[in-house]
Design a protein around this ligand. Structure first.
Ligand code: UN1
Length: 498
């Protein structure tokens, strides 16, 4: 595709906009219609090394900037995001493909997170405790760690960078940021706004390029102390292995295979709304998307009919058009992977109730569109009910009772989001206790987490950390325990305290 007139973007290293040392580039194109969004540096190890050196140098002063001041920069950043919300929303409908309302929600989530973490500048609470000895004071304080490597996905191209970069900055760390190669223009705008907000040179650096060249060097670099990655399980395992030798902190936010349980006493109108929103919103490309519905056998039939009806009424199209319900999926390999699961599902004996095909009529042929797809009669151990498809594909599973519903919901390797629709409060609380997931919704779908509670999952969804909320600070700080003895003598803990 011709690139004349297309904007050329650069890396941002130590406060300078620079190309890749090799001079190589790659293009970002729209999944909605193939339009070229921009040309970006295809960076390599050398570029990463320069960015890490800049971040390391900037850390020496940034860690000493009072945290409330760092927070004020985040407040300004949040305000700039508010002002740029429409522009970023529009760019997101083009570069990533999600529909207008959801793209606005993505930007809003970054606004919320930046205000929330800006406020942490005046908190960053530690603990004070009594001492077992006389005339001794003690407390714990959160300390910054150093240079943080931030590797983000394309599905929340503004929100997820904010989940990692805002807490990293308020805590006094510096950052080397590798945006997803499918959404680099949005990553770039994010950093431009941080710069405008007053983040000093070298505190946030951006290096564009692939996971192989840029990501691997970031993980291997001895001066990067923390890696925060949102991505696939396979990438997460590779990063953990690569980071082991350097004993780096690794924060992983990986896959999901989230289920909505619908019991016989549920309000089916709300359940259908919640299912359709969670399964087909963002074209199913959320880690939190619902890809399984576990329905009590007495409501299974009605639910299936109503979900199929709603799926068939959804209009596919570019996200910037007002009447679009479902946008494209991110790229051709994603489209092919999603379609392969239709074949896998049919091969396994599931019943294709609707969808199951690439949509290519008229202008849709210019992009990567997949029809909302529903499989019925799915058995819990089928691949379509076990593996993350990351597209608009939903599996319906019928169960006999609550115990079986919970067992099926838990019977996967992942543990991100979960949901139950019921009017029985006892049942709801049992589900809250028993569902093995980092997030459980009652009478809502599986998507829509807010920024001030921890976000993340159990089992293969991660490695025990959480983003968002107070929990996010644990990834980007280390505790220091401080003991001050003002007794004027040497007091020995555990010995002189009798
Ligand atoms: C993701 O899919 O990786 O809860 C993030 C939600 C959104 C975030 C999803 N607030 O669906």
């Amino acid at each position: 595709m011709a690139t004349t007139g297309v904007r050329e973007f650069q890396n941002y290293i130590g406060g300078e906009w620079v190309g890749a040392a090799s001079g190589e580039t790659f293009e970002s194109t729209s999944p909605a219609d193939g339009e070229t969004i921009g040309v970006f540096p295809k960076s390599a190890a050398e570029d990463v090394d320069r960015a890490v050196a800049a971040a390391k140098a900037a850390y020496e002063d940034w860690r000493l900037v009072p945290a409330p001041k760092r927070g004020e920069i985040l407040f300004r950043f949040a305000q700039l995001l508010v002002e740029a919300k429409d522009e970023l929303t529009e760019l997101m409908t083009h570069e990533m493909g999600k529909v207008w309302a959801e793209a606005g929600g993505d930007v809003q989530e970054a606004i919320d997170m930046s205000y929330y973490m800006g406020g942490e500048g005046r908190r960053l609470f530690g603990q004070t405790t009594p001492s077992e000895l006389r005339d001794k004071f003690q407390m714990s304080v959160r300390m910054p760690i150093g240079v943080i490597g931030v590797i983000t996905p394309w599905n929340f191209p503004i929100a997820i960078p904010s989940w990692k970069i805002a807490p990293a900055l308020v805590a006094g760390n510096t950052v080397v940021f590798k945006p997803a190669t499918d959404t680099p223009a949005l990553g770039q705008r994010f950093v431009e706004l941080l710069d405008e907000a007053g983040v000093p040179k070298g505190v946030v650096n951006v290096v564009h390029g692939g996971g192989g060249a840029v990501g691997e060097r970031l993980v291997a670099h001895p001066d990067v102390r923390v890696i925060s990655l949102t991505g696939s399980r396979e990438t997460g395992v590779r990063v953990l292995q690569a980071a082991a030798e350097g004993l780096k902190h690794v924060h992983l936010e990986l896959g999901g295979k989230n289920a909505i349980i619908v019991m016989e006493d549920a309000d089916l109108d709300i359940a259908v709304d919640g299912i359709v929103w969670s399964a087909f919103g963002t074209s199913g490309q959320r880690c939190t998307a619902a890809s399984r519905v576990i329905a009590h056998e007495s409501v299974y039939g009605e639910l299936a009919t109503r979900i199929v009806e709603r799926a068939e009424a959804m209009r596919l199209g570019p996200g910037w058009e007002d009447d679009t319900d479902v946008g494209p999926v991110i790229n051709k390999p994603a489209l092919e992977k999603i379609h392969s699961y239709t074949e896998i599902g049919q091969g396994e004996g599931a019943e294709l109730l609707t969808g199951g095909e690439i949509a290519a009529d008229g202008d849709l042929a210019k992009g990567f569109y997949y029809r909302p797809t529903v499989f019925g009669g799915v058995e819990p151990d089928m691949r379509i009910a076990q593996e993350e498809i990351f597209g608009p594909v939903l599996s319906l599973i019928s169960v006999k009772d609550e115990a079986e519903a919970v067992r099926v919901s838990n019977g996967i390797r992942y543990g991100l989001s979960s949901s139950i629709f019921t009017r029985d409060v006892n049942r709801a609380f049992r589900a809250l206790r028993d569902l093995e997931a980092g997030i459980t919704y009652v009478n809502a779908g599986t998507i829509g987490a807010e920024v001030h509670l921890p976000f993340g999952g159990t089992k293969d969804t991660g490695n025990g950390h959480r983003e968002a909320g107070q929990a996010a600070l644990d990834v980007f700080t280390e505790w220091k325990s401080v003991y001050v003895d003002y007794s004027g003598t040497l007091q020995r803990a555990q010995i002189d305290n009798t």
